[in-house]
Structure formats: C-alpha cells, structure tokens
Design a protein around this ligand. Structure first.
Ligand SMILES: Nc1ncnc2c1ncn2[C@@H]1O[C@H](COP(=O)(O)OP(=O)(O)O)[C@@H](O)[C@H]1O
Ligand code: SF4
Ligand SMILES: [Mg+2]
Length: 318
C-alpha cells in the first residue's frame, strides 16, 4: 500500500523551567512512537487528555520540531528539507483545529480565509474566486457567505469554513485535531458526517485525533491508542474495538457513555490518575492503573509488537 506518512521513533519533549536558575525539566509529551498512514485512510488517534495526541498532530503539520526521530511525508523528511521544497510540501499538509472560534482570523472575510493556503501556494489571483465558491459549497454553505466575517457564523458553520480552508490545496494529508469537541452535541454529528462524506468523495488521507472512542469508531479505518506519550495498541478499527487487547483500550471502551441514562455507567472514565509526563511510571506506564498488573510490569517496559496481521500491542500479557 502507498504510504503518505512514516513516523519513525518520534520524540517530542517540552522544556519547562520552574525558576531562572533551576534545572530544566522535560515534559515527555511524545516518547518514541512509530507508525504509518496509508493513502486514502483515516487513522484515528485516541487517548485521554495529556497523552500527546495534539503534539503528534503538530509534529506532522510541521508546527512542532521533534526532539528526535523522523517524520517522513511523501518520501521527504519534513524537518530536514528547506526552501521551496519545504514550502511546497507544507501546503500539501493541512490542519483542522479543535476551536473554530480561535482558528479563524476575525478580521478576514471568509473568501480570504478559505483561499489563504492557495495564495501561499502561489495560485493566480484570477482563479481564487472560483475556487472559493467551489470550496464553500463543498462544505454545505453558500456563495453569499464568502463576503462575511467569522463572527457572523455559528460554531458548526465556522468549523465548515475551517474544513473548506483545509481542503483548498487538495492536500495529501489532513490532520484533524478534535474537530468536533468544542461544538454543541447536536452539531457534532453534522460535522462528523460532513467529514466522512468528504473523505469518501475526495479519497482523503487523514489523521483524526479524538479523546472520544465513539467518534473514533465512527470515522476511522485504523486506530492508534495512546497512553502517556506512547502507542499501546494499534489495529484495524472494527477488530480493535470488538476485541480490544490492551487493558487501557479495554478501559476506554468500558468508559464510552451509554445513550440510555438509566444504564449509564457511574464513572465514564478509566479509573485512576493520568501519570506525570515529567517522571512517568517505571516499566509499563499504565501499571499504576492496570487491573492486571504484575510485579514485573513495574520493571519491564513492554514493546509494541505484532500479535497478528495488523494488530500491535504493548503489554506483557501478549
Ligand atoms: N507548548 C507546550 N509546552 C509545554 N508543555 C506542553 C506544551 N504542549 C503540550 N504540553 C504538555 O505535553 C503533554 C501532551 O500534551 P498534548 O499533546 O496537548 O496532549 P493531548 O492532545 O493528548 O491532550 C501534556 O502534559 C501537556 O501539558
Ligand atoms: S504490561 Fe502489565 S501493567 Fe502494562 S498493561 Fe500489560 S498487564 Fe497491565
Ligand atoms: Mg489535544
């Protein structure tokens, strides 16, 4: 299969200093992840808040430089190419952010927002208007909207505009970071449906980030499960969700809210506290919260290894 992205042992550490003279601490946001994204697939990235999902998205978008490891997109090393080659590749990677209230410039008209990546890519001014009309209709809005400003739109409409902008350059890779999480529940499904329709119609390749495994289940083809900066399980969506292997994945699935309130679980999250990203637990990072933990889990860090065709898991039980 044709690979669009290859991420090789990626680490991103943020430096934090408590005081002027104190030694820096390193927040291990992403701590050695390896995965591929194939052409035409939606790869879902799921994990609780603070697990490093956004940092991975930003590293793929060229926004956060890795501490070590490589990000290869369309065969090119994103952080070692320069000049025109870098500029050209970056226009082929577009990101959709969580909050459409902060991601759209309030002083710009919608037509300028949706065509901004095309201007950067060097499209002729004469062609921008017709492309703007095409894009706005593709996301379910109309031409009259192009002359308005962001404040004249609702959250859902703004996210449609952000999607139109992301699609403008016919990108090879879209990174969608919790694109529905900031919206009203009633609007979330509409935006998710739109993204799924566009994915099928345009054969998009996408990294779709969410803390909500229900959303991931709906949109993804394949799934990566992240815990404390590491991938703990990956595999084809249906199998991973029907037969989760890693205890953390099982916990996430148990935590999915049940629509019927009388059957709703009391604790809709994985029990226990997320670990400290500066000093993560020894051995398996999940051991303080794992109901199956054994003595050796505190000492031995399980590697992510293949258990069958496409499934990988990092746990001593496998
Ligand atoms: N710019 C930053 N500077 C310092 N720490 C950061 C920064 N961005 C994220 N972090 C920390 O890195 C960890 C991973 O964050 P993030 O990638 O946003 O996770 P997620 O998207 O899964 O919630 C968290 O501990 C977070 O506080
Ligand atoms: S390695 Fe041990 S602590 Fe980690 S998930 Fe597996 S059983 Fe639980
Ligand atoms: Mg995030």
């Amino acid at each position: 299969m044709d690979k669009v992205v290859r991420v090789d042992n990626l680490k991103v550490y943020y430096e934090r200093r408590k005081g002027f003279l104190s030694k820096p601490q390193y927040i291990k946001a992403v701590d050695g992840v390896t995965f591929d994204i194939y052409r035409g697939e939606v790869l879902g990235l799921v994990g609780e808040s603070g697990s490093g999902k956004t940092t991975i998205g930003k590293a793929l978008a060229g926004i956060v430089r890795p501490t070590s490891g490589r990000v290869i997109i369309l065969g090119k090393d994103l952080y070692s190419i320069r000049g025109q080659e870098a500029k050209k590749l970056r226009t082929k990677i577009q990101m959709i952010f969580q909050n459409p209230f902060s991601s759209l410039d309030p002083r710009m008209r919608i037509k300028d927002i949706v065509t901004e990546p095309l201007k950067i890519a060097g499209m002729k001014v004469a062609d921008l208007d017709s492309r703007a009309r095409e894009l706005i209709e593709m996301v379910g809005l109309s031409r009259e909207h192009l002359n308005r400003f962001p404040h004249q739109f609702s959250g859902g409409q703004r996210q449609r505009i952000a999607i139109a902008r992301a699609l403008s350059t016919n990108p090879e890779l879209i990174i969608a970071d919790e694109p529905t999480s900031a919206l009203d529940v009633s609007i979330q499904a509409q935006i998710l449906n739109l993204m799924k329709e566009l994915k099928d119609k345009l054969d998009l390749t996408m990294l779709f980030i969410s803390h909500d495994i229900g959303v991931i289940r709906y949109i993804s083809d394949r799934v990566l499960v992240m815990y404390a900066g590491k991938i703990v399980e990956s595999g084809e969506k249906t199998r991973l969700i029907d037969e989760p292997l890693h205890p953390y994945t099982k916990g996430l699935l148990d935590a999915v809210p049940v629509p019927d309130p009388s059957k709703r679980r009391v604790n809709p999250v994985v029990p226990g506290e997320p670990p400290d990203p500066v000093n993560p637990p020894s051995g398996c990072r999940f051991h303080p919260r794992c109901p199956y933990a054994k003595e050796e889990c505190k000492r031995i860090e399980p590697e992510l290894k293949s258990v069958d065709d496409d499934r990988k898991v990092a746990c001593i039980l496998y």
